[in-house]
Design a protein around this ligand. Sequence first.
Ligand SMILES: [Fe+2]
Length: 331
Amino acid sequence: MATTTTLPMTKTSLRSATDLGYKTFTAGKFRFERDEYFAHIHFPGGRHIIAVDAFLRSLMRDVAWGFFYGTVNFDNVFGTVNHYGTVEMFAGLFNKGYKDANRHYVEKFQSTDLKATFEAMLIDWTNEGFDPFAAPEETGRPFGPKKGSNEKAVQRQRVVAQRMVGLKGDSPYRSDASGYPVNRQFTDVPQDEPEIHAEPGFETEVHAFNLYGYLSRSDVTWNPSVCSGVKDSLMCPTTEEYILPIIHGNDRVEWFIQATDEIVWDVDDKNTGAPMAKVTMRAGDVAAMPANIRHRGYSPKRSMLLVWENNDGRLPSMYANQELKPYPVEF
Ligand SMILES: [Fe+2]
């Protein structure tokens, strides 16, 4: 007869999430815990670990962007896929090892429900002095036991201009007075504004502003914000410094115009993560990021990038069904 011996559970010397003052969060069958250094993600059939600074920076983008376009990979295992109303949360879905071994796990949520859970987690897990939207050089550290909070920073809304920044009733300009001083790395950016001479009757139709001056006053990094829109054509400029926290999996073509300085991009296969290309973009360079890739950027110095998005809701299925080629032009 076989006998089994049950060993007493060893009391771990590590302090649990609760001892450290952090809440544990669940969404469906996913469970999230944080300790002093890491976010721990448990899901049916597996667990995953992400450095908490990287996790909070990714979580901040996913929340502020409303799950963005396509896939937001926090790393090569965990992330979300936006289905515009619903959202899938996954472990291993776009990872060849997990997929080949059938160890991936996916669960679908109402976007508003998952966003609320993510927002609560972001608020609880972000300590005083740490701003997950800021460049590492401009913020404190996220580690250790729970210490205060930084609700103002984590509740920032992404700018979404209806027509154009600065128009009457639309997103306002940034200024010293409104709390947006020129960033330390953009002190050489001219702050003069263009003169607008509209024909009588067209005063609310003709508009221009100094986009470089506006971006030089951005207090966040890697946050493409809608600064002008014409139907589905959205101009989403952003300032970048250090590393794009997420690895963005496109569900449509995205155009990049590097406005200043330099960003180096890693471009990988969207589904497997296999490396495909390394793209170095210097001021003036233009690139179209295909619809079948994921990408992560590295910006050694704070730089300005114009991301041009096509907001047409039909595009993801047209690319998925291969009605459209994944790239916009053939040479
Ligand atoms: Fe992208």
